[in-house]
Design a protein around this ligand. Structure first.
Ligand code: ZN
Length: 243
């Protein structure tokens, strides 16, 4: 089975479209949360995700904030402005879809899906070997796929030495996943690793391989829509440089 793994779309519809086109035919799609926030097209993004066949989608922290399950105060002022704007434009149907999302899921009998971390699904960031180390005790499956940091990354636990190492994922390269691995496909709509291209991954559940991928999209179009919507200009500027 070929699985599209994506996360942190953040209301960036052109980036989502580019990823879906670039990924080609897949058997399932696993979306790791943060459909909304920052960007100008929350309704189009949710409607597109809802329509995907065989979709499993997790609730992110920005999605949870829209549902008032998380305080706006937990976000910086620009993110808050975007949340307030999103809350006002989101349709009742799309709000209901966000409300239906779980904070974690077990898929394919071997993968745990969360937004942030298995220990704290909606909020904690797994950014380094220490936070990864602490989180291996919090899921029982061979693999855990997560988003939230907006950085394509992978952490593996070697059971013989009990050590966790960070593995580099090279774009376009297919990597076999060691038996216990935490993997992050990066962010579709707001990459933060200095590569502005939309990030995602392809998981092959028979070979147990992971391919980190990037695809270009029309950043200028999204920047213009951010300006037209009156959203914070920072959210437009950062897209061009991927931070
Ligand atoms: Zn995010």
């Amino acid at each position: 089975m070929r699985v599209l793994v994506l996360s942190d779309i953040h209301s960036n519809f052109p980036a989502l479209q580019a990823v879906l086109q670039d990924a080609g035919a897949v058997d399932q799609t696993w979306c790791l949360g943060d459909l909304v926030g920052y960007g100008p097209d929350p309704n189009m993004v949710i409607e597109q995700v809802r329509e995907l066949p065989h979709i499993t989608c997790i609730l992110g922290n920005h999605d949870a904030a829209i549902l008032r399950q998380m305080e706006f105060q937990a976000f910086n002022s620009e993110a808050r402005r975007s949340l307030t704007w999103t809350e006002n434009v989101l349709t009742a149907d799309n709000m209901a879809y966000l409300r239906s999302l779980p904070t974690q899921a077990l898929v394919d009998a071997k993968v745990t899906l969360v937004h942030g971390s298995p220990r704290d699904p909606t909020w904690e960031y797994v950014l380094n070997t220490l936070s990864a180390r602490l989180n291996f005790a919090h899921f029982g499956t061979p693999y855990c796929f997560l988003g939230h940091s907006h950085i394509q990354s992978m952490f593996s636990l070697d059971p013989s030495t009990d050590r966790v190492s960070m593995m580099m994922t090279h774009v376009g390269e297919t990597t076999p996943l060691p038996l216990r691995t935490i993997a992050n496909p990066g962010s579709v709509g707001q990459p933060r690793d200095r590569d502005p291209r939309a990030a995602y991954a392809i998981f092959d559940d028979e070979a147990n391989t992971w391919e980190a991928r990037r695809v270009e999209y029309d950043i200028g179009e999204v920047q213009q829509r951010i300006r037209e919507a009156g959203l914070p200009i920072k959210h437009a500027v950062r897209l061009a440089e991927g931070w």
